[in-house]
Design a protein around this ligand. Structure first.
Ligand SMILES: N[C@@H](CCC(=O)N[C@@H](CS)C(=O)NCC(=O)O)C(=O)O
Length: 191
């Protein structure tokens, strides 16, 4: 049985929970209180952060790596394109996630000077989503899952109105149709 060291409102954990749900993988969770975390979590992850996935002696931190691991281990349904070039482009989006997350966390800390950078990152996503229905390409997959928890949080926690980015709004609508994503939208957005 897989164990996920988890925090309900953590968007990085949400990435992993969505992939597990999409692939129908059974797992148990150990909820970590990030305000009072147990010392042993550092033995599982030197950074002390969640998520961490564990199965017997195998312990894996880092949400983007965990997503890829699950994709390779549980083949159905595929969450990366079959074509190698399309797969590489989906990975570029995941690799560049900090273009969104860095200004997101800065604004969250109260640095309003980062808001234009956050808006630029959303404009970039919007332009991509005008050209293709999903960040992963023609089909939904890991790149979409990598970003959507922060879109939910930006709406609820930063009061961000997505109206200036209509392709992003439509994309969120498409993602919300998926039970695995819908199940996370309120949990992750909770204050
Ligand atoms: N790069 C890590 C980031 C994970 C992360 O920052 N998790 C947060 C919770 S949302 C955390 O554990 N924060 C506690 C801390 O920063 O000490 C990943 O992708 O898994």
């Amino acid at each position: 049985m897989l164990t996920l060291y988890d925090a309900a409102r953590c968007p990085y954990c949400a990435r992993v929970r969505i992939v597990l749900a999409e692939k129908g993988v059974e797992f148990e969770t150990v909820e970590i209180d990030l305000d009072d975390r147990p010392a042993w979590i550092y033995e599982k992850n030197v950074t002390g952060r969640v998520p961490v996935l564990e199965e017997d002696a195998f312990v894996l931190p880092e949400s983007a790596v965990i997503m890829e691991y699950l994709e390779e281990r549980y083949l159905e349904p595929p969450l990366l394109p079959a074509d190698a070039a399309a797969r590489a482009l989906a990975r570029v989006e995941i690799f560049r996630f900090d273009r969104l997350s860095t200004p997101y966390y800065a604004v969250r800390r109260g640095d309003e000077s980062a808001r234009p950078r956050l808006e630029r990152a959303l404009a970039e996503l919007d332009a991509l989503l005008e050209a293709q229905p999903f960040l992963t390409g023609g089909e939904y997959g890991l790149a979409d899952i990598a970003y959507v928890p922060w879109i939910f949080r930006a709406r609820s926690q930063l009061g961000l109105d997505l109206e200036p980015w209509p392709a992003v709004v439509e994309w969120v609508g498409r993602l919300q149709e998926r039970p695995a994503v819908a199940a996370e939208s309120e949990l992750v957005a909770a204050l």
